[in-house]
Design a protein around this ligand. Structure first.
Ligand code: NAD
Length: 518
């Protein structure tokens, strides 16, 4: 195991920094510190935790340029991308958690049903120490969207950021400390996959993972050994469906953005577009027209930045080449670009078939396959023919498009829009199928970091139900049946139950007094 990991800029190859590659003992020590700090943190009132979350948001925004610049240097994305998603997106989650934690997690009265002499409520309790393992594509938001609700709920966190972009995570801890968070409630375990494995094996109470399907599967298997709760935000191959009657100018430009933003390295990037035959030619012409002028490179005067890792660039290239070898045609791009930096040209593909890897696998790159379909039914069938179920996008007349929403097999569906839901902190974010389980963002994101404690309090005074239950023959089978009819029946059944129970009362009283004499 290498003692250190070098972080190099995908745009220039320059060294951005080095971080320790922590072993299991070091990870265990961090978890122990987080464990020791958690009880005091969880005892703070919601208001105080919310104040510290708001303070974190203020410091994050105050240092926005520096945060974005580091994300750019680690991943090769563009500064506006880092500002909008890593900074603005994270600030939104912090605000949501500060605002909603008390309402979502605080004491909630629930009806006590027919047990009128009880008072019932639910409180959401923190798990304890949460392990967060995150991916590199949004090095701030990917981790912090799990860290912030965990912290808001009263947990402490040990985060293992991606080895590709760990410096952004260390900067987040620095900002949180500056905001006044207690020293040990948010700790960072830098390292590669083995460090992540050690974190899952450590004395955690829950793991929240963002990354690829295969790693997610491995983590779920490892966690299953000791029934460690897991939430998984995994990959996707999001489909867009474009129907007759859609605003094609808006559909084409938004789908182009939804595919190429961050060089396609978004879990909810659009990876395949199914277009009704009657509008296919016009839609395709508009997509080609919008893609052609996109500038690739680094700096402020380009539209598409780097492919962050060499492995990712190879994967994109192989999938495109494989599709072409099987008969797909490249209308725009289709190839790796010369350096400096790792780049792939924004690519539009046609004559793509459903069974090709470019459709069935996650590409995670700037590639847009456009497929002609007969009608909405065929579009839905092909969109749903995927092991993933993360995001989706339907374009068409609003009422028709909204009617189709329940037909799409995906955790998130946008109507006449693409990818922007990630910037709405109220909307739960996550997938179904191989795209994972659990949610970040929204009230569900806060619930994900807590468990429900049920509390029932006897109001005191009234009849003791134990006296009704024991000895069993005091009420007997007939009395129990009458009670069930009264309490759960309707109309005549209920009335009959009442009558039967009333007939039972003298017997109950008599037996009751006999019971008292013993
Ligand atoms: P990855 O699965 O290779 O790595 C993710 C993290 O897991 C890294 O921190 C890595 O070090 C760690 N890891 C690797 N092996 C491990 C192990 N055995 N045990 C514990 N941790 C281990 O993914 P990546 O390449 O960093 O990210 C790209 C993937 O993330 C894509 O599939 C993308 O779709 C997905 N992603 C999903 C979402 C979402 O919200 N659903 C968001 C962003 C990225």
């Amino acid at each position: 195991m290498l003692p250190e990991i070098e972080v190099r800029s995908p745009a220039t190859g320059d060294l951005v920094g080095t971080v320790p590659n922590l072993d299991a003992a070091a990870v265990d020590a961090l978890v122990a510190r987080a464990r020791a700090a958690q009880p005091a943190w969880s005892r703070l009132p919601f208001g105080e935790r919310a104040r510290l979350l708001r303070r974190y948001r203020e410091r994050l925004v105050a240092r926005a340029d520096e945060v974005a610049e580091l994300s750019v240097r680690e991943t090769g994305k563009l500064a506006p991308e880092a500002l909008f998603v890593d900074v603005l997106g994270t600030a939104g989650v912090a605000r949501w958690c500060a605002r909603r934690a008390r309402a979502v997690l605080g004491r909630r009265r629930v009806p006590s049903g027919f047990l009128l002499h009880k008072r019932c409520y639910v409180v959401r309790e923190p798990y304890g120490v949460i392990g967060v393992i995150s991916a590199w594509n949004w090095p701030v938001l990917n981790g912090m969207r799990a860290v912030l609700p965990a912290i808001a709920a009263g947990n402490s966190v040990v985060m293992k950021p991606s080895e590709v972009a760990p410096l952004s995570a260390l900067l987040q801890r620095e900002i949180a400390t500056e905001a006044g968070w207690p020293e040990d409630i948010f700790l960072i375990a830098t390292g590669a996959g083995d460090t992540g494995r050690a974190l899952v094996a450590s004395a955690l109470d829950k793991i929240s993972f963002t990354g690829g399907v295969e790693t997610g599967r491995r983590i779920a298997q490892q966690a299953a050994q000791r029934l460690l709760p897991v939430s998984l935000e995994l990959g996707g191959s999001d489909a867009a469906i474009v129907l007759r009657g859609a605003d094609l100018a808006r559909a084409a430009s938004t789908i182009v953005t939804g595919t190429f933003y961050n060089a396609g390295q978004n879990c909810t990037s659009l990876e395949r577009v199914y277009v009704e035959a009657s509008i296919y030619d016009e839609f395709l012409a508009r997509v080609v027209e919008a893609t052609g002028p996109l500038r690739v490179g680094a700096g402020d005067a380009v539209d598409i930045g780097c492919i962050t890792t060499a492995a990712q660039l190879t994967k994109i290239e192989e999938q495109v080449n494989d599709a072409v070898a099987q008969g797909a045609r490249v209308l725009v791009g289709g190839r790796r670009l010369p350096g400096p930096g790792r780049h792939f040209a924004p690519t539009v593909l046609v004559d793509v078939r459903q069974e090709m890897d470019i459709i069935q696998l996650e590409t995670f790159g700037p590639v847009l396959p456009v497929v002609k379909v007969r009608d909405a039914a065929e579009a839905l069938r092909l969109a749903n023919d995927s092991s993933f179920g993360l995001g989706s996008s339907i374009w068409g007349p609003k009422r028709l498009a909204e009617r189709l929403v329940p037909e799409v097999r995906a955790g998130m569906t946008l109507v006449n829009d693409a990818v922007l839901n990630a910037l709405v902190p109220a909307l739960p974010f996550g997938g179904i199928g191989e795209s994972g389980t659990g949610r970040v963002h929204g009230d569900d994101g806060l619930r994900e970091m807590s468990w429900a404690r049920s509390v029932m309090v006897d109001r005191g005074g009234g009849a003791r139900e134990a006296a009704l239950l024991y000895p069993v023959d005091r009420l007997g089978r007939a009395g129990a049946l009458a009670a069930v009819r009264l309490l759960a029946g309707r109309g005549r059944v209920r009335l009959a139950g009442l009558g039967q129970l009333l007939r039972h009362v003298p017997r109950l009283l008599r037996r009751g007094s006999q019971g008292g004499e013993q």
